[in-house]
Design a protein around this ligand. Structure first.
Ligand code: ATP
Ligand code: MG
Length: 285
């Protein structure tokens, strides 16, 4: 039987979340020791555990059919792969940083300077766009110590909270690109493998929708139901059930997590009471 080979990071920031995503999609994977490969018990996939740097190349060559990794690695490696779906975790940015006491004047600051990075291609492209001539020092890791030891004048690296920069006496001066975890694939996947991938994508979307939305229940006087229906349109329209108390109804709907607090204020102003907000496990639109 055809299996879809999916590459995930063996150990690192993406590993657990990648496996968790597959499990939330109902794919059962054995616990315990992570070997190089693992087969799902109830779904035609095989998981390969690799270094994230190698995933674009393996997908291009067909060793794996799809892979989960940070967009930053996809851009840097620049292989013949396509981004199939953004996954919404491992958000970070690739930024330029310089010693904190330096005065920053804009990208031209880097003219003639040396910049250390593990992402030379992305940085080169940025400097070309900005018409900046700088020397790029490619190093494998611990980029943030480069200015302190005299290896470079600045760095170009992954930033999430900025605390690593701060600890090394650096300040972020330019956000070049934003990145998140993505699912990549070969552009010419065979039909039977594409069919398996489509099933996984359908499930991934259901999981992501559920994470971004909440189920909301509340009681409200009947005269404000039309107004509340406009605020809480839900998936099609809200459900309205009569309460035993005359003139009142229970309204059920779905609300986006990021709009939740604004909506609550409006609902309270309209006289809504007993508002309950409940997580959704899966959501199919
Ligand atoms: P490997 O051994 O597989 O090569 P690595 O050391 O290159 O691992 P990690 O540090 O585990 O990689 O990071 C993997 C990915 O997670 C990065 O490419 C990036 O997309 C994302 N990432 C890295 N650092 C952060 C961070 N601080 N916050 C959020 N996401 C991050
Ligand atoms: Mg890596």
């Amino acid at each position: 039987m055809t299996k879809l080979k999916i590459a995930v990071q063996k150990s690192g920031r993406l590993s657990e979340k990648s496996i968790q995503l597959l499990r939330e999609c109902g794919i059962s994977l054995p616990n315990g020791d992570r070997k190089l490969r693992m087969e799902a018990g109830n779904f035609p996939i095989e998981v390969l555990f690799l270094r994230d740097d190698d995933i674009p190349q393996y997908v291009e060559q067909g060793v794996a059919d799809v892979g989960i990794l940070g967009e930053n690695e996809v851009w840097e490696k620049d292989k013949q792969v396509v981004i199939v779906e953004k996954l919404g975790f491992a958000g970070c940015r690739l930024s330029l940083a310089i010693p904190k006491d330096e005065v920053y004047s804009g990208p031209a600051y880097f003219q003639g300077k040396r910049v250390a990075t593990s992402y030379p291609r992305i940085l080169q492209k940025y400097f070309e766009e900005q018409q900046v001539h700088a020397t790029i020092e490619e190093i494998g890791g611990s980029v943030e110590i480069a200015p302190g030891i005299g290896l470079a004048d600045g760095i170009f690296d992954i930033v999430s909270t900025g605390s690593t920069l701060l600890m090394n006496g650096l300040k972020e001066v330019e956000v070049v690109v934003k990145s998140e975890a993505v699912l990549i694939g070969r552009p010419d996947l065979e039909a039977d493998k594409q069919h398996i991938l489509d099933k996984i994508l359908f499930r991934i979307k259901a999981v992501r929708n559920s994470a971004e939305n909440k189920y909301i229940l509340l009681n409200a006087p009947n005269n404000v139901i039309p107004h509340i229906s406009r605020i809480l349109p839900g998936m099609k329209s809200p459900t309205v059930l009569p309460l035993v108390e005359p003139g009142w109804s229970s309204i059920h709907s779905v609300v986006r997590e990021d709009e939740f607090w604004d909506v609550i204020d409006e609902l309270k102003n309209l006289g809504a009471q007993g508002i309950l907000v409940i997580p959704i496990e899966k959501m199919v639109l």
